[in-house]
Design a protein around this ligand. Structure first.
Ligand code: GLU
Length: 477
Protein backbone atom coordinates (compact mmCIF):
# COMPACT_ATOMS: atom_id res chain seq x y z
CA UNK A 1 0.00 0.00 0.00
CA UNK A 2 2.86 2.37 0.76
CA UNK A 3 3.94 4.60 -2.10
CA UNK A 4 7.58 5.64 -2.18
CA UNK A 5 8.19 9.34 -2.26
CA UNK A 6 10.02 10.29 -5.40
CA UNK A 7 10.41 14.04 -4.86
CA UNK A 8 12.75 15.72 -2.42
CA UNK A 9 12.40 13.11 0.35
CA UNK A 10 14.22 10.43 -1.59
CA UNK A 11 14.77 7.76 1.02
CA UNK A 12 11.95 8.54 3.45
CA UNK A 13 8.75 6.51 3.15
CA UNK A 14 6.54 8.32 5.65
CA UNK A 15 3.61 5.90 5.67
CA UNK A 16 5.94 2.94 6.04
CA UNK A 17 7.63 4.69 8.98
CA UNK A 18 4.23 5.06 10.70
CA UNK A 19 3.43 1.40 10.04
CA UNK A 20 6.81 0.36 11.46
CA UNK A 21 6.16 2.34 14.63
CA UNK A 22 2.75 0.66 14.86
CA UNK A 23 4.31 -2.81 14.55
CA UNK A 24 6.91 -2.11 17.22
CA UNK A 25 4.26 -0.95 19.67
CA UNK A 26 1.79 -3.73 18.84
CA UNK A 27 4.32 -6.30 20.11
CA UNK A 28 3.49 -5.15 23.63
CA UNK A 29 -0.23 -5.89 23.16
CA UNK A 30 -2.14 -9.11 22.69
CA UNK A 31 -4.64 -8.23 19.95
CA UNK A 32 -5.20 -10.72 17.12
CA UNK A 33 -3.35 -10.02 13.87
CA UNK A 34 -6.57 -9.36 11.95
CA UNK A 35 -7.63 -6.65 14.33
CA UNK A 36 -4.21 -5.02 14.21
CA UNK A 37 -4.32 -5.07 10.40
CA UNK A 38 -7.73 -3.42 10.46
CA UNK A 39 -6.50 -0.65 12.78
CA UNK A 40 -3.39 -0.07 10.67
CA UNK A 41 -5.01 0.16 7.24
CA UNK A 42 -6.19 3.38 5.59
CA UNK A 43 -9.95 2.86 5.17
CA UNK A 44 -10.67 5.34 2.35
CA UNK A 45 -8.34 7.22 0.02
CA UNK A 46 -9.93 9.86 -2.20
CA UNK A 47 -7.59 11.16 -4.87
CA UNK A 48 -8.80 14.15 -6.86
CA UNK A 49 -7.74 16.02 -9.98
CA UNK A 50 -9.62 19.16 -10.96
CA UNK A 51 -8.91 22.06 -13.31
CA UNK A 52 -8.46 25.63 -12.15
CA UNK A 53 -8.06 28.66 -14.39
CA UNK A 54 -5.01 30.71 -13.45
CA UNK A 55 -4.68 33.80 -15.64
CA UNK A 56 -5.39 32.57 -19.15
CA UNK A 57 -4.31 29.01 -18.51
CA UNK A 58 -5.84 25.93 -16.93
CA UNK A 59 -3.88 24.02 -14.34
CA UNK A 60 -4.79 20.54 -13.10
CA UNK A 61 -4.72 20.47 -9.32
CA UNK A 62 -3.71 17.31 -7.44
CA UNK A 63 -5.50 16.85 -4.11
CA UNK A 64 -6.37 14.18 -1.54
CA UNK A 65 -8.55 13.35 1.43
CA UNK A 66 -7.72 10.19 3.34
CA UNK A 67 -9.87 8.73 6.10
CA UNK A 68 -7.64 6.36 7.97
CA UNK A 69 -10.01 4.95 10.57
CA UNK A 70 -13.78 4.86 10.99
CA UNK A 71 -13.80 3.24 14.43
CA UNK A 72 -15.14 6.56 15.69
CA UNK A 73 -17.10 9.05 13.62
CA UNK A 74 -16.68 11.68 12.36
CA UNK A 75 -13.13 11.39 11.11
CA UNK A 76 -10.90 14.37 11.84
CA UNK A 77 -7.72 15.98 10.60
CA UNK A 78 -6.27 19.01 8.87
CA UNK A 79 -5.84 20.01 5.26
CA UNK A 80 -2.32 20.85 4.13
CA UNK A 81 -1.25 23.08 1.24
CA UNK A 82 2.29 22.31 0.13
CA UNK A 83 4.23 21.29 -2.95
CA UNK A 84 5.45 18.19 -1.09
CA UNK A 85 1.90 16.78 -0.80
CA UNK A 86 1.45 13.30 -2.24
CA UNK A 87 -0.63 10.24 -1.42
CA UNK A 88 1.99 8.66 0.80
CA UNK A 89 2.29 11.78 2.92
CA UNK A 90 -1.47 12.27 3.33
CA UNK A 91 -1.95 8.60 4.24
CA UNK A 92 0.80 8.81 6.85
CA UNK A 93 -0.63 12.00 8.32
CA UNK A 94 -4.16 10.53 8.41
CA UNK A 95 -2.86 7.48 10.28
CA UNK A 96 -1.08 9.71 12.80
CA UNK A 97 -4.39 11.52 13.38
CA UNK A 98 -6.09 8.24 14.37
CA UNK A 99 -3.48 7.54 17.05
CA UNK A 100 -3.36 11.19 18.14
CA UNK A 101 -7.13 11.35 18.69
CA UNK A 102 -7.03 8.13 20.71
CA UNK A 103 -4.20 9.40 22.91
CA UNK A 104 -6.03 12.57 23.94
CA UNK A 105 -9.41 10.81 24.08
CA UNK A 106 -11.23 12.82 21.46
CA UNK A 107 -13.95 10.70 19.85
CA UNK A 108 -12.79 10.85 16.23
CA UNK A 109 -11.24 8.58 13.63
CA UNK A 110 -8.17 9.98 11.88
CA UNK A 111 -8.15 11.74 8.51
CA UNK A 112 -6.04 14.20 6.53
CA UNK A 113 -6.30 16.24 3.36
CA UNK A 114 -3.74 17.80 1.12
CA UNK A 115 -3.54 19.99 -1.98
CA UNK A 116 -0.30 20.13 -3.95
CA UNK A 117 0.18 23.89 -4.25
CA UNK A 118 2.49 26.50 -2.87
CA UNK A 119 0.35 28.71 -0.61
CA UNK A 120 3.10 31.37 -0.60
CA UNK A 121 3.33 31.71 -4.38
CA UNK A 122 -0.35 31.37 -5.24
CA UNK A 123 -2.49 34.54 -5.42
CA UNK A 124 -5.24 34.73 -2.80
CA UNK A 125 -8.06 34.67 -5.36
CA UNK A 126 -6.66 31.46 -6.88
CA UNK A 127 -6.25 29.89 -3.44
CA UNK A 128 -9.89 30.69 -2.71
CA UNK A 129 -11.00 29.21 -6.01
CA UNK A 130 -9.02 25.99 -5.39
CA UNK A 131 -10.28 25.72 -1.79
CA UNK A 132 -13.91 26.12 -2.82
CA UNK A 133 -13.53 23.59 -5.64
CA UNK A 134 -11.82 21.12 -3.31
CA UNK A 135 -14.71 21.51 -0.84
CA UNK A 136 -17.29 20.84 -3.58
CA UNK A 137 -15.39 17.67 -4.51
CA UNK A 138 -15.55 16.55 -0.86
CA UNK A 139 -19.29 17.30 -0.71
CA UNK A 140 -19.91 15.40 -3.97
CA UNK A 141 -18.41 12.22 -2.51
CA UNK A 142 -19.84 12.69 1.00
CA UNK A 143 -16.35 13.25 2.43
CA UNK A 144 -17.23 16.21 4.63
CA UNK A 145 -19.89 16.95 7.27
CA UNK A 146 -20.23 17.37 11.05
CA UNK A 147 -20.93 13.66 11.50
CA UNK A 148 -18.81 12.41 8.58
CA UNK A 149 -15.40 14.06 8.29
CA UNK A 150 -14.36 17.37 9.83
CA UNK A 151 -11.24 19.05 8.40
CA UNK A 152 -9.13 21.70 10.14
CA UNK A 153 -6.03 23.78 9.43
CA UNK A 154 -2.62 22.20 8.88
CA UNK A 155 0.65 23.28 7.28
CA UNK A 156 -0.07 26.13 4.83
CA UNK A 157 -3.71 26.68 5.83
CA UNK A 158 -5.48 28.67 8.55
CA UNK A 159 -8.66 30.47 9.52
CA UNK A 160 -9.08 32.06 6.09
CA UNK A 161 -9.23 28.71 4.27
CA UNK A 162 -11.53 27.24 6.94
CA UNK A 163 -13.96 30.15 6.41
CA UNK A 164 -14.00 29.48 2.64
CA UNK A 165 -14.66 25.79 3.27
CA UNK A 166 -17.46 26.58 5.71
CA UNK A 167 -19.08 29.06 3.35
CA UNK A 168 -18.96 26.59 0.45
CA UNK A 169 -20.38 23.80 2.61
CA UNK A 170 -23.24 25.97 3.91
CA UNK A 171 -24.05 27.09 0.36
CA UNK A 172 -24.57 23.45 -0.65
CA UNK A 173 -26.36 22.48 2.57
CA UNK A 174 -28.63 25.38 3.49
CA UNK A 175 -30.52 24.94 6.73
CA UNK A 176 -28.28 22.16 8.08
CA UNK A 177 -28.60 23.05 11.75
CA UNK A 178 -25.23 21.55 12.78
CA UNK A 179 -23.50 22.60 9.56
CA UNK A 180 -20.97 24.84 11.36
CA UNK A 181 -19.49 21.67 12.82
CA UNK A 182 -18.31 20.59 9.34
CA UNK A 183 -14.95 22.26 9.90
CA UNK A 184 -12.84 23.50 12.84
CA UNK A 185 -10.21 26.19 13.13
CA UNK A 186 -12.73 28.73 11.84
CA UNK A 187 -12.50 32.43 12.69
CA UNK A 188 -14.24 33.18 16.02
CA UNK A 189 -16.70 35.39 14.13
CA UNK A 190 -17.70 32.32 12.07
CA UNK A 191 -18.48 30.12 15.08
CA UNK A 192 -14.86 29.23 15.74
CA UNK A 193 -13.55 29.01 19.30
CA UNK A 194 -11.19 31.24 21.22
CA UNK A 195 -7.79 29.63 21.74
CA UNK A 196 -7.85 27.33 18.68
CA UNK A 197 -5.21 29.26 16.73
CA UNK A 198 -2.57 28.92 19.43
CA UNK A 199 -3.82 25.51 20.71
CA UNK A 200 -1.16 23.26 19.15
CA UNK A 201 1.70 25.49 20.33
CA UNK A 202 0.12 25.98 23.76
CA UNK A 203 -0.43 22.22 24.06
CA UNK A 204 3.27 21.65 23.33
CA UNK A 205 4.16 23.96 26.23
CA UNK A 206 1.66 22.38 28.66
CA UNK A 207 3.09 18.99 27.73
CA UNK A 208 6.71 20.07 28.19
CA UNK A 209 5.84 21.63 31.54
CA UNK A 210 4.43 18.28 32.67
CA UNK A 211 7.32 16.25 31.20
CA UNK A 212 9.91 18.45 32.90
CA UNK A 213 8.20 18.09 36.28
CA UNK A 214 9.40 14.48 36.83
CA UNK A 215 12.63 14.76 38.81
CA UNK A 216 13.84 11.21 38.07
CA UNK A 217 13.35 11.56 34.30
CA UNK A 218 15.08 14.95 34.28
CA UNK A 219 17.97 13.64 36.35
CA UNK A 220 18.58 10.88 33.80
CA UNK A 221 18.78 13.51 31.06
CA UNK A 222 21.11 15.68 33.14
CA UNK A 223 18.46 18.39 33.45
CA UNK A 224 16.84 20.19 36.36
CA UNK A 225 13.06 20.10 36.79
CA UNK A 226 10.79 22.83 35.42
CA UNK A 227 10.90 24.93 32.27
CA UNK A 228 12.51 27.93 33.94
CA UNK A 229 15.93 28.65 32.45
CA UNK A 230 15.71 25.85 29.85
CA UNK A 231 17.31 26.73 26.51
CA UNK A 232 15.04 26.14 23.55
CA UNK A 233 15.69 25.87 19.78
CA UNK A 234 12.69 26.05 17.46
CA UNK A 235 12.40 25.06 13.81
CA UNK A 236 9.53 26.84 12.05
CA UNK A 237 7.92 30.15 12.90
CA UNK A 238 4.53 29.25 11.47
CA UNK A 239 1.41 28.94 13.59
CA UNK A 240 2.65 26.04 15.75
CA UNK A 241 6.30 27.10 16.14
CA UNK A 242 5.53 30.73 16.81
CA UNK A 243 2.98 30.08 19.55
CA UNK A 244 5.03 27.31 21.19
CA UNK A 245 8.11 29.55 21.26
CA UNK A 246 6.19 32.60 22.39
CA UNK A 247 4.24 30.86 25.17
CA UNK A 248 7.20 28.87 26.54
CA UNK A 249 8.88 32.21 27.37
CA UNK A 250 6.06 32.85 29.88
CA UNK A 251 7.41 29.86 31.83
CA UNK A 252 10.90 31.37 32.04
CA UNK A 253 12.43 29.32 29.22
CA UNK A 254 14.92 31.04 26.89
CA UNK A 255 14.53 30.68 23.13
CA UNK A 256 18.12 30.67 21.84
CA UNK A 257 17.69 29.68 18.18
CA UNK A 258 14.99 29.89 15.51
CA UNK A 259 15.11 28.29 12.04
CA UNK A 260 13.02 29.04 8.98
CA UNK A 261 13.26 28.26 5.26
CA UNK A 262 15.48 31.27 4.55
CA UNK A 263 17.98 30.73 7.38
CA UNK A 264 18.47 30.36 11.10
CA UNK A 265 19.48 32.75 13.88
CA UNK A 266 21.13 32.25 17.25
CA UNK A 267 21.52 34.26 20.43
CA UNK A 268 22.59 32.28 23.52
CA UNK A 269 21.22 35.08 25.73
CA UNK A 270 17.73 34.63 24.25
CA UNK A 271 15.59 35.93 21.39
CA UNK A 272 12.38 37.89 21.86
CA UNK A 273 10.06 35.65 19.81
CA UNK A 274 7.42 38.28 19.06
CA UNK A 275 10.14 40.73 17.96
CA UNK A 276 11.68 38.08 15.67
CA UNK A 277 8.23 37.40 14.22
CA UNK A 278 7.68 41.12 13.59
CA UNK A 279 11.16 41.48 12.06
CA UNK A 280 10.47 38.57 9.69
CA UNK A 281 7.14 40.05 8.70
CA UNK A 282 8.66 43.44 8.01
CA UNK A 283 11.80 42.27 6.16
CA UNK A 284 10.63 38.94 4.73
CA UNK A 285 13.42 37.09 6.55
CA UNK A 286 14.64 35.98 9.98
CA UNK A 287 18.15 37.01 9.09
CA UNK A 288 19.89 40.10 10.48
CA UNK A 289 17.76 40.20 13.60
CA UNK A 290 19.43 42.73 15.95
CA UNK A 291 21.70 41.02 18.50
CA UNK A 292 21.46 37.57 16.88
CA UNK A 293 24.01 35.74 14.75
CA UNK A 294 22.99 34.48 11.30
CA UNK A 295 23.94 30.80 11.11
CA UNK A 296 25.34 29.21 7.95
CA UNK A 297 22.34 27.09 6.96
CA UNK A 298 18.62 27.03 7.65
CA UNK A 299 18.97 23.80 9.67
CA UNK A 300 22.04 24.89 11.67
CA UNK A 301 19.81 26.40 14.38
CA UNK A 302 18.71 22.87 15.30
CA UNK A 303 22.28 21.95 16.23
CA UNK A 304 23.03 24.74 18.72
CA UNK A 305 23.64 24.14 22.39
CA UNK A 306 20.17 23.83 23.98
CA UNK A 307 18.06 21.65 26.29
CA UNK A 308 14.91 21.28 24.20
CA UNK A 309 14.57 21.23 20.42
CA UNK A 310 11.10 21.89 19.02
CA UNK A 311 10.84 20.91 15.34
CA UNK A 312 7.61 22.64 14.27
CA UNK A 313 7.73 22.56 10.49
CA UNK A 314 7.46 19.43 8.33
CA UNK A 315 8.34 15.74 8.33
CA UNK A 316 11.83 14.41 7.57
CA UNK A 317 13.81 17.24 9.16
CA UNK A 318 15.90 15.36 11.72
CA UNK A 319 17.73 12.78 9.66
CA UNK A 320 20.75 10.49 9.99
CA UNK A 321 22.78 13.43 8.63
CA UNK A 322 22.04 15.99 11.34
CA UNK A 323 20.99 13.73 14.26
CA UNK A 324 24.59 13.17 15.42
CA UNK A 325 25.06 16.96 15.76
CA UNK A 326 21.93 17.62 17.81
CA UNK A 327 22.75 18.69 21.36
CA UNK A 328 19.23 18.93 22.82
CA UNK A 329 18.28 16.42 25.53
CA UNK A 330 14.58 16.56 24.69
CA UNK A 331 13.03 16.72 21.23
CA UNK A 332 9.41 17.84 21.23
CA UNK A 333 7.86 16.85 17.90
CA UNK A 334 5.48 19.76 17.37
CA UNK A 335 5.46 18.89 13.64
CA UNK A 336 4.17 15.56 12.35
CA UNK A 337 6.93 13.07 11.54
CA UNK A 338 9.97 15.38 11.88
CA UNK A 339 12.34 12.56 12.94
CA UNK A 340 13.26 9.79 10.50
CA UNK A 341 13.55 6.24 11.89
CA UNK A 342 17.32 6.24 11.33
CA UNK A 343 17.72 9.54 13.15
CA UNK A 344 15.59 8.20 15.99
CA UNK A 345 17.94 5.23 16.46
CA UNK A 346 20.94 7.57 16.67
CA UNK A 347 19.21 9.89 19.13
CA UNK A 348 17.95 7.11 21.40
CA UNK A 349 21.50 5.77 21.56
CA UNK A 350 22.66 9.22 22.63
CA UNK A 351 20.04 9.15 25.42
CA UNK A 352 17.82 11.84 23.93
CA UNK A 353 14.16 11.82 24.96
CA UNK A 354 11.94 12.14 21.89
CA UNK A 355 8.42 13.25 22.76
CA UNK A 356 6.36 11.90 19.85
CA UNK A 357 4.18 13.96 17.53
CA UNK A 358 1.08 11.84 18.17
CA UNK A 359 1.11 13.09 21.74
CA UNK A 360 2.82 16.44 21.88
CA UNK A 361 1.08 18.16 18.97
CA UNK A 362 -2.39 16.86 19.89
CA UNK A 363 -3.42 20.20 21.42
CA UNK A 364 -4.75 21.35 18.05
CA UNK A 365 -7.21 18.51 17.62
CA UNK A 366 -8.13 18.71 21.30
CA UNK A 367 -9.33 22.29 20.93
CA UNK A 368 -10.89 21.38 17.57
CA UNK A 369 -12.96 18.92 19.56
CA UNK A 370 -14.05 21.74 21.90
CA UNK A 371 -14.95 23.84 18.85
CA UNK A 372 -17.00 21.00 17.37
CA UNK A 373 -18.82 20.56 20.70
CA UNK A 374 -19.52 24.30 20.77
CA UNK A 375 -20.96 24.09 17.24
CA UNK A 376 -23.18 21.11 18.06
CA UNK A 377 -24.41 22.63 21.32
CA UNK A 378 -24.91 26.06 19.73
CA UNK A 379 -23.68 27.86 22.82
CA UNK A 380 -20.36 29.44 23.79
CA UNK A 381 -18.51 27.84 26.74
CA UNK A 382 -18.98 30.00 29.82
CA UNK A 383 -22.13 31.68 28.61
CA UNK A 384 -24.50 29.75 30.85
CA UNK A 385 -22.44 29.49 34.03
CA UNK A 386 -19.98 32.41 34.28
CA UNK A 387 -22.22 34.71 36.33
CA UNK A 388 -23.57 31.82 38.40
CA UNK A 389 -20.02 30.84 39.40
CA UNK A 390 -19.16 34.45 40.22
CA UNK A 391 -22.24 34.85 42.45
CA UNK A 392 -21.30 31.69 44.36
CA UNK A 393 -17.71 32.85 44.80
CA UNK A 394 -18.91 36.29 45.91
CA UNK A 395 -21.25 34.76 48.50
CA UNK A 396 -18.33 32.72 49.87
CA UNK A 397 -16.05 35.77 50.06
CA UNK A 398 -18.78 37.77 51.83
CA UNK A 399 -19.26 34.97 54.32
CA UNK A 400 -15.51 34.76 55.06
CA UNK A 401 -15.39 38.55 55.47
CA UNK A 402 -18.31 38.45 57.90
CA UNK A 403 -16.81 35.59 59.91
CA UNK A 404 -13.29 37.02 60.11
CA UNK A 405 -14.27 40.69 60.32
CA UNK A 406 -11.61 41.41 57.66
CA UNK A 407 -12.23 43.01 54.26
CA UNK A 408 -10.55 42.01 51.00
CA UNK A 409 -9.43 44.79 48.65
CA UNK A 410 -11.25 45.09 45.30
CA UNK A 411 -8.14 43.71 43.59
CA UNK A 412 -8.05 40.66 45.87
CA UNK A 413 -11.78 40.14 45.39
CA UNK A 414 -11.35 40.39 41.62
CA UNK A 415 -8.78 37.59 41.74
CA UNK A 416 -11.02 35.24 43.69
CA UNK A 417 -14.30 36.07 41.97
CA UNK A 418 -13.84 35.06 38.37
CA UNK A 419 -16.23 32.87 36.42
CA UNK A 420 -14.62 31.12 33.44
CA UNK A 421 -14.81 32.76 30.02
CA UNK A 422 -14.55 30.66 26.88
CA UNK A 423 -10.76 31.13 26.67
CA UNK A 424 -10.27 30.12 30.33
CA UNK A 425 -12.33 26.97 29.88
CA UNK A 426 -10.60 26.04 26.61
CA UNK A 427 -7.10 26.50 28.02
CA UNK A 428 -7.84 24.63 31.22
CA UNK A 429 -9.45 21.76 29.27
CA UNK A 430 -6.39 21.67 27.03
CA UNK A 431 -3.94 21.67 29.94
CA UNK A 432 -5.83 18.91 31.73
CA UNK A 433 -5.91 16.82 28.52
CA UNK A 434 -2.17 17.16 27.87
CA UNK A 435 -1.29 16.29 31.48
CA UNK A 436 -3.59 13.25 31.67
CA UNK A 437 -2.40 11.90 28.33
CA UNK A 438 1.24 12.19 29.34
CA UNK A 439 0.60 10.40 32.62
CA UNK A 440 -0.93 7.50 30.70
CA UNK A 441 1.94 7.27 28.18
CA UNK A 442 4.61 7.62 30.86
CA UNK A 443 2.99 4.90 32.95
CA UNK A 444 3.05 2.47 30.02
CA UNK A 445 6.65 3.43 29.24
CA UNK A 446 7.79 2.87 32.83
CA UNK A 447 5.67 -0.25 33.48
CA UNK A 448 6.49 -2.10 30.28
CA UNK A 449 9.86 -3.72 30.13
CA UNK A 450 11.40 -3.54 26.65
CA UNK A 451 9.40 -0.46 25.73
CA UNK A 452 12.19 1.48 24.04
CA UNK A 453 10.81 4.94 23.72
CA UNK A 454 7.98 7.29 24.50
CA UNK A 455 6.89 6.88 20.87
CA UNK A 456 6.50 3.14 21.33
CA UNK A 457 4.52 3.74 24.54
CA UNK A 458 2.31 6.37 22.91
CA UNK A 459 1.50 4.10 19.94
CA UNK A 460 0.75 1.23 22.32
CA UNK A 461 -1.61 3.36 24.42
CA UNK A 462 -3.41 4.47 21.25
CA UNK A 463 -3.65 0.98 19.70
CA UNK A 464 -4.95 -0.38 22.98
CA UNK A 465 -7.81 2.12 23.07
CA UNK A 466 -8.72 1.63 19.40
CA UNK A 467 -8.54 -2.16 19.72
CA UNK A 468 -10.84 -2.11 22.72
CA UNK A 469 -13.23 0.12 20.86
CA UNK A 470 -13.43 -2.46 18.02
CA UNK A 471 -14.06 -5.18 20.61
CA UNK A 472 -16.86 -3.25 22.28
CA UNK A 473 -18.36 -2.50 18.84
CA UNK A 474 -18.68 -6.26 18.42
CA UNK A 475 -16.59 -6.29 15.23
CA UNK A 476 -13.94 -8.57 16.71
CA UNK A 477 -15.61 -10.74 19.35
N1 GLU B 1 -3.73 19.62 11.62
C1 GLU B 1 -3.72 19.45 13.02
C2 GLU B 1 -3.02 18.16 13.39
O1 GLU B 1 -2.20 17.65 12.66
C3 GLU B 1 -5.10 19.61 13.65
C4 GLU B 1 -6.14 18.65 13.22
C5 GLU B 1 -7.56 18.98 13.70
O2 GLU B 1 -7.72 19.91 14.47
O3 GLU B 1 -8.47 18.30 13.25
O4 GLU B 1 -3.17 17.66 14.46
Amino acid sequence: MAVKKTDKHEEFDFFQAVEDNFEKAARHLSFPKGLLNQIKACNSVYQMRFPVKIGNEYQVIEAYRVQHSHHRMPTKGGIRYSLAVDQNEVMALAALMTYKCAIVDVPFGGAKGGIKISPRNTPEAVLENITRRYTSELIKKNFIGPGIDVPAPDYGTGEREMAWILDTYMTFKPGEIDGYGCITGKPVSQNGIRGRTEATGRGVVYALNEICSYADDMKKLGLTTGLKGKKIAVQGLGNVGFHAANIIQEYGAIVVAICEQEGSIHNPKGLDVQAVFNHRKATGSLKDFPGAKNLKTNLAGMEVDCDILIPAALENQITATNAPNIKAKIIAEAANGPTTPEAEKILIKKGVMIVPDIYINAGGVTVSYFEWLKNLSHVRFGRMNKRFEEKNQEALVNLIEEMTGKKLSDKEKGRVIHGGDEIDIVNSGLEQTMIEAYKEIRKFWKDTKKCESLREAAFAVAINKIGNSYYSMGVFP
